[in-house]
Design a protein around this ligand. Structure first.
Ligand code: FAD
Ligand code: DHB
Length: 392
């Protein structure tokens, strides 16, 4: 097979890139190792920055997002049994965020891609990227039991944190920076209307808890748990009791309970792979970087990467100028490190440190109080949360 841009991975990064390229007349093929129903059901992100919403609209995937996405103008911080609202529009000159599940973004993009887009092959597992430094890089992959090759002008690894594209970078050109946090998240989906109108980030007695949502009738909740936790250790009643304890405040408020329909544990990790380009191979999204979920930057970073890449490729094929494409890695890494720092700050401010002492706890509370007491500290949180401006 031959194509202009070979995309490995049909998650949000790969699917959105394919749509953006399709709209500028650049042909591509997407190879996705899993089945359609698997990728459409994988429970993950839900909070979208305005730039992410704009990119999805630009790609043609804005209709259901516009109709069903929940626009939020702030978040709530809870600690010491009190609630404090951070109002985004007044702190950022009008910015806001949208709650719309990653599962729905993937469904919308897959439907568009299958309707009129370039090929999207499910059950197509990439084995290796070869000749990345040449003018015709090749992806070796397996599809329907046969080993095949895809020869391209450019290859983009959108194959997530366990992908294979990164392996094609020679050791002497790559650097990986990684940090493992000493706790994980237990995430649940529950058939119950959210008990709050906006997201609640709580530093409770046993540690962190987050109340998010997927729709007016479905809640999404997360609990800090020790590393190594398995979902079976947490029967539903234990989850609800612990959530209620961590969200508890002195004023009148109640956590509504309902049937839990999905449960999963996510370790908290940060990783940045530099550079994000080698020869004619690019990395985008989780394939190049992962952040802990506190502050919801992962999907938003994946989208800003492919926005820059799509523009760079469009400019190259339209005008012959490689300028933007050549700046891709540096432009993206700048934003990636800002998101890495922000998610580190949010994570360490809100989670109980397993070996922490009373001093550590007091410093955490002082960081939280600073945000609630100082307009400039709150504005700094709001600017990062709603998304730093895209530089292209
Ligand atoms: P992925 O979604 O991982 O997609 C990669 C794709 O590549 C997969 O479909 C995979 O099957 C495929 N693949 C892998 N290897 C191969 C191969 N060899 N051949 C072919 N295909 C392959 N981010 C936010 O912005 N906001 C949030 O609110 C948020 N909340 C989160 C909550 C949780 C609990 C978790 C775990 C993550 C959250 N994130 C959030 C992060 C976000 O989900 C990821 O950053 C996002 O999925 C990255 O998209 P991606 O396309 O780069 O990678
Ligand atoms: C969600 C996840 C996050 O990590 C976050 O900070 C906000 C929302 C979510 O899944 O809805």
């Amino acid at each position: 097979m031959r194509t202009t841009v070979g995309i490995i991975g049909g998650g949000p990064a790969g699917l959105l890139l394919a749509r953006l390229l399709h709209r500028t007349g650049i042909d591509c093929v997407v190879l996705e190792s899993r089945t359609r129903s698997y990728v459409e059901r994988r429970q993950r992100a839900g909070m979208l920055e305005q730039g992410t919403v704009d990119a999805l609209r630009e790609s043609g995937a804005g209709a259901r997002l516009g109709a069903e996405g929940l626009v939020h103008h702030g978040i709530e911080l809870r600690f010491e049994r009190e609630r404090h609202r951070v109002d985004f529009p007044s702190l950022t000159g009008g910015r806001k965020v949208t709650i719309y599940a990653q599962t729905e973004i993937v469904k919308d993009l897959v439907a568009l891609q299958l309707a009129d887009g370039p090929p999207l092959l499910f059950g197509a597992r990439a084995l290796a990227v070869e000749k990345a430094e040449s003018e015709a890089p090749v992806v070796r992959f397996v599809h329907e039991g046969r080993e095949l090759t895809l020869t391209c002008d450019y290859v983009v690894g959108c194959d997530g944190s366990h992908g294979i594209a990164r392996d094609a970078f020679p050791a002497d050109v790559s650097r990986t920076y990684a940090h493992d946090y000493p706790y994980s998240w237990l995430g649940v989906l529950a058939e119950v209307p959210p008990s709050c109108e906006e997201l609640v980030y709580a530093r409770g007695p046993g540690g962190f808890a987050l109340h998010s949502m997927r729709s007016p009738s479905v809640s999404r909740l997360y609990l800090q748990v020790p590393n190594g936790t398995v979902g079976d250790d947490w029967p539903d009643d234990r989850i609800w009791d612990e959530l209620a304890a961590r969200f508890a405040i002195d004023s009148d408020w109640r956590l509504e309970r309902g049937p839990i329909t999905a449960k999963g544990v996510t370790p908290m990790r940060s990783l940045v792979h530099e550079p994000m380009r080698y020869g004619r191979l690019f990395l985008a999204g989780d394939a190049a970087h992962i952040v802990p979920p506190t502050g919801a930057k992962g999907l938003n970073l994946a989208v800003s990467d492919v926005r820059v890449l799509a523009r760079g490729l469009a400019e190259l094929y339209r005008t012959g100028s490689p300028e933007l494409l050549d700046a891709y890695s540096d432009l993206c890494l700048d934003r990636v490190w800002q998101a890495t720092r922000f998610s580190y700050d949010m994570t360490t401010m809100l989670h109980a440190q397993p070996d922490g002492d009373a001093f550590d706890h007091q410093v955490q509370l002082a960081r939280l109080r600073r945000i609630t007491a100082s307009r400039s500290a709150a504005a700094e949180l709001a600017a990062n949360y709603t998304g730093l401006p895209l530089t292209v």
